[in-house]
Design a protein around this ligand. Structure first.
Ligand SMILES: Cc1cc2nc3c(=O)[nH]c(=O)nc-3n(C[C@H](O)[C@H](O)[C@H](O)COP(=O)(O)OP(=O)(O)OC[C@H]3O[C@@H](n4cnc5c(N)ncnc54)[C@H](O)[C@@H]3O)c2cc1C
Length: 363
């Protein structure tokens, strides 16, 4: 077990939320980040990175580049009690404060070099394909289809979506606009159909049959059904009662779990009633960062009444559609095209995210 002092903050999960929290807290507490990967990556630049190698290097960032005063344990958390996190490498990490930031299950390689190679392979698969099948018509599937057809309009892209409409996290107007936009770019969209992924689909498969019996020929395919939440490791623990039936951790207005004095959760794993978006995960990280600074400074003297509150956000969801266009759902309006596209920077907030992490520009 690692040494456990009064200011030990253990952050489980080095995604958008956990990494930013670790970075902002490292000079104020004894920070330990537990993550199975040696890097964090900017997920919303993922799809661009499949098309454009230049984006990759800037979006896959070693934890060591921004976490110069904290420790990293490269492992998955597999269990937790009220003072120790157990990891997949058999190491127990003691904590005074715990932050759960495990977001969604992640099967990325441990090494950055292997992750970069994955992007390169995806890029080559897409470049050499005349036809691409995308399984899943949520945010990821729609954005990937748009990246491909806007970069290479000659490719035949098919989306197979299990439900009756695309983008089910958004309203029906947004779904209809996305469908119309994709069809105008010659993307074939099959709704209410599935591809049986348990039937041994391999990366080399080129012929697929949908649940409705349609045959799709595709040189390559991508599964964009979205991984499940990574809360399995909590279910048998003392935090298990706070995991809801969707796998989310219930938090209070200070982002504390079950009103426990020293356990917080941030990012996609929480049950905060708002869209699960990276910039909101970052906002939550900043609130918990401030709260932990207060608590660490106060020691046992308490400063509970000064804790900052997190307010769920109603800000719009924007779906990137290639380099120029976007689809934006606002409270009273849903718009698609160049206008919402102009609001989102061309580099997909990569520079802004790197700046937040204190990282220098990298061409
Ligand atoms: C393709 C794509 C496009 C997106 N586009 C946008 C966008 O345009 N704008 C936007 O704001 N958001 C966007 N999002 C959503 C955004 O990426 C998520 O909301 C954000 O990543 C959530 O951050 P997080 O830190 O909570 O979780 P995650 O980013 O999921 O990170 C979780 C981390 O926890 C780690 N982990 C998991 N289990 C364990 C364990 N047992 N032990 C230790 N570590 C563990 C994982 O390795 C990972 O590093 C997009 C997402 C995707 C995938």
């Amino acid at each position: 077990m690692l040494r456990c002092g009064g200011d030990r903050v253990v952050i489980v999960g080095g995604g958008i939320a956990g990494a930013l929290l670790a970075k902002t807290l490292q000079n104020h507490a004894d920070v330990v980040l537990i993550d199975p990967k040696e890097y964090f990556e900017i997920p919303w630049a993922n799809l661009r990175a499949k098309m454009e190698q230049a984006a990759v290097e800037r979006t896959v960032i070693p934890h060591s580049e921004y976490l110069t005063h904290g420790k990293v344990v490269t492992a998955s958390a597999v269990g937790v009690d009220d003072s120790v996190v157990l990891t997949s490498v058999g190491r127990a990490v003691g904590y005074d404060f715990l932050v759960v930031a495990t977001g969604r299950m992640c099967d990325r390689p441990q090494k950055r070099a292997d992750r970069l190679q994955m992007f390169q392979r995806d890029k080559e698969r897409i470049a050499s394909a005349e036809s691409v099948l995308i399984v899943g018509g949520g945010l990821i599937g729609v954005e990937l289809a748009a990246e491909i057809v806007m970069g290479s309009p000659e490719k035949r892209v098919t989306i197979v979506n299990g439900g009756p409409r695309l983008l089910k996290v958004m309203g029906s107007k947004a779904s209809a606009k996305a469908l119309e936009w994709l069809r105008s770019k010659n993307v074939t969209v099959l709704l209410d159909q599935t591809i049986d992924l348990n039937a041994g689909v391999s990366p080399d498969d080129k012929v697929f049959t949908t649940s409705a019996g349609e045959t799709i020929n595709a040189d390559c395919h991508f599964v964009c059904t979205g991984p499940p939440l990574a809360s399995g490791w909590l279910k048998q623990s003392f935090l298990g009662d706070h995991v809801d039936e969707d796998g989310r951790l219930a938090v209070d207005e200070h982002l504390r779990v079950g009103r426990l004095r020293n356990v917080f959760a941030i990012g996609d794993i929480t049950n905060v009633p708002e869209a699960k978006q990276g910039y909101l995960a970052q906002r939550q990280a900043m609130v918990v960062s401030r709260n932990l600074r207060l608590l660490v400074k106060a020691g046992d003297g308490g400063r509970e009444h000064k804790l900052h509150r997190y307010k769920a956000s109603k800000t719009p969801i924007t779906v990137t559609l290639g380099r120029r266009d976007a689809l934006s759902e606002m409270p009273f309006m849903t718009v698609i095209g160049h206008l919402p596209g102009a609001v989102k920077p061309r580099d997909l907030f990569i520079s802004r995210t790197r700046r937040m992490m204190g990282l220098k520009w990298k061409a």
